[in-house]
Design a protein around this ligand. Structure first.
Ligand SMILES: Nc1ncnc2c1ncn2[C@@H]1O[C@H](COP(=O)(O)OP(=O)(O)O)[C@@H](O)[C@H]1O
Ligand SMILES: O=C(CO)[C@@H](O)[C@H](O)COP(=O)(O)O
Length: 533
């Protein structure tokens, strides 16, 4: 029996692309503690750039799973130093970058079950993985995508079953590539986790099941029956694949109690519940708790657009996923690979390492940028699926040398207007309707930048809001899901709180004159980029 009067707190994690964050909330969902480990600077021994490693083959991007394990050791120590009383934590959950796969070695279960509380996790799990993890930025599996679509009956059929046509970063095509090109690694892996279920496993002390919501980013899960699709499994591996993946579970599930390692090392209660972890965008939707007609805009390493759906309509573009909470049975997602890191690269080039200096450049230009436009793709793009490249045009539509933009300020605005135009255009193509009642709610690292949000408001012709409770809805969503699922499991009501949002950018009334023609030009410009093949 849980004592209803004792102090209750809930812990959330976000294993995102560039950092690991942890957050403790109280019964009222108010933030009590936070900690943050940045992979590149806090763990330089792994030699990552932006949290990832670029491979030799074109488009290959991975991350070492031990980096995430060591980051967890560090973040836990930070919470200790911050004075967190782990005995008050009733439940924990987490979010993680989507689609990445973690390849566990044969003895992983015995290792997870017998961790010594006297040692760090990373020293004990150093040999628990058979290879680095392919992550969402990988674009090297185009051949596997086409083969998977063909095996299932075509791209439309795959989208009807799994919610998406085949995408390079989705876990099914990534598993197929491993099976096809590195069969020894495929065979050596006893289990395959998503980054979310891998992170959950560390707390559970056994390999955790994949949840339905993040599992929908694999091109393997039937989003209607919520079972693995047999044809898709067969196309991506051999008869052992289903057991390597294990059976998927509802996202709002208590998977068990916390591993003795955390009880003995940090003083967690032995009955602290571990709630299934999920993808970071899925968790952001849970954290934002959007109203009907509102759209989430996550500005993390990637930029994503999200909204809840009541039914799983097959999308003409983008993805439909099983939703993370009972309130959002399904969700729509559009992902853009050239998000914060691309903005950051060009900020460094044009203004140096300061966002204030970059914003000064933006302020010195006008909406519409006197007709100068640019599309800057530093990495292969996901929406649409094109190669990296750059295209600039002057007001007369001239490209190439003749169109060189007249200075850093014009390039800065061209970059952000180009990004916002792309988000808006592809959202419309994917059937995401915005009307006068719509609101965009921004979250993630770049959502603190009001100049950037003003450009999104102008291009979308929609007011942009931010959430007051936290700038990282994925992290907050992880802690809130831990609390909500715990409450449903124990029957104990929590005071909780409704999310509150504040407006940060309102569109100027000249959207139609300025941005409608630019949208048409954007469509022509993006068509000049070579497609992934
Ligand atoms: N003031 C700012 N303006 C624009 N972008 C910013 C600003 N502050 C931070 N960022 C961007 O936020 C990104 C990190 O966002 P975050 O949500 O933590 O990413 P992730 O969750 O993918 O690791 C950084 O790459 C950085 O470029
Ligand atoms: O691939 C996708 C979504 O489909 C990405 O959005 C990843 O989930 C990475 O998230 P961030 O680290 O950028 O938040």
């Amino acid at each position: 029996m849980t004592d209803e009067t004792r102090k209750k707190t809930f812990l959330g994690f976000d294993f995102s692309t560039q950092r690991l964050k942890a957050l403790v909330i109280g019964e009222d969902y108010g933030v009590l503690h936070e900690a943050n480990v940045e992979f590149d600077s806090d763990l330089p021994e792994f030699r990552t750039a932006g949290g990832v490693l670029r491979g030799q083959q074109r488009g290959e991007v991975t991350a070492p799973p031990l980096l995430w394990v060591k980051a967890l050791d560090m973040v836990m120590d930070m919470l200790v130093v911050a004075g967190v009383d782990f005995s008050t934590i009733e439940a924990l959950s987490g979010a993680a970058q989507q689609h990445g796969s973690v390849w566990w070695s044969k003895d992983c279960e015995s290792k997870l079950a017998s961790l010594s509380p006297d040692e760090f996790l990373h020293t004990q799990l150093a040999t628990a993985f058979v290879t680095n993890s392919p992550v969402w930025m990988d674009s090297s599996t185009t051949a596997d995508c086409r083969a998977l679509e063909e095996a299932v009956g075509g791209p439309e059929e795959l989208a009807r079953i799994t919610g998406s046509t085949a995408y390079e970063r989705f876990t099914g095509p990534q598993i197929r590539k491993m099976y096809r090109s590195r069969e020894r690694a495929y065979r050596a892996a006893a289990r395959i986790s998503l980054v979310s279920s891998f992170a959950c496993s560390l707390f559970l002390g056994r390999v955790a099941p994949i949840d339905y919501s993040d599992g929908s980013g694999m091109n393997l899960l039937d989003i209607h029956s919520k079972k693995w699709d047999e044809k898709a499994l067969k196309a991506c591996g051999d008869e052992t694949l289903e057991s390597k993946l294990g059976s998927p579970v509802p996202t709002a599930s208590v998977l068990g109690t916390i591993s003795p390692y955390f009880v003995q090392r940090y003083g967690f209660r032995p009955d602290c519940r571990v709630v299934a972890f999920t993808g970071d965008n899925n968790s952001a939707l849970a954290g934002l708790r959007l109203r009907a007609g509102w759209v989430g805009l996550s500005l993390g390493t990637s930029d994503t657009l999200l909204c809840g759906l009541s039914r799983p309509a097959a999308p003409p573009a983008g993805h439909v996923l099983v939703g993370p909470t009972p309130a959002a049975p399904y969700m729509a997602l559009l992902c853009f690979a050239n998000g914060s890191l691309t903005r950051q690269n060009h900020r460094d080039r044009l203004a140096g390492p300061s966002w204030d200096a970059f914003n000064d450049l933006l302020r010195s230009t006008v909406r519409g940028n006197m007709g100068y436009m640019g599309i800057y793709l530093d990495t292969a793009e996901i929406t649409p699926r094109v190669r990296a490249g750059r295209h600039e045009e002057d007001a007369a539509g001239r490209a190439g040398r003749a169109a060189r933009l007249p200075g850093a300020a014009y390039e800065a605005r061209a970059l952000l207007e180009g990004q916002a135009l792309g988000r808006r255009l592809h959202a419309a193509d994917a059937g995401l309707a915005l009307d006068s009642s719509s609101r965009v709610v921004a979250t993630g690292g770049a959502s603190v930048n009001k100049e950037l949000l003003q450009i999104f408001a102008d291009v979308f012709n929609t007011p942009v809001y931010v959430q007051n409770e936290h700038a990282n809805a994925a992290l907050l969503g992880a802690a809130i899901r831990a609390a909500d699922v715990w409450s449903a499991d124990t029957g104990i009501k929590l005071s909780g709180s409704e999310p509150s949002v504040s407006p940060v950018a309102t569109p100027y009334p000249d959207h139609d004159q300025i941005y409608k023609p630019m949208m048409a030009r954007y469509r022509q410009m993006i068509a000049t980029f070579p497609k992934l093949e």
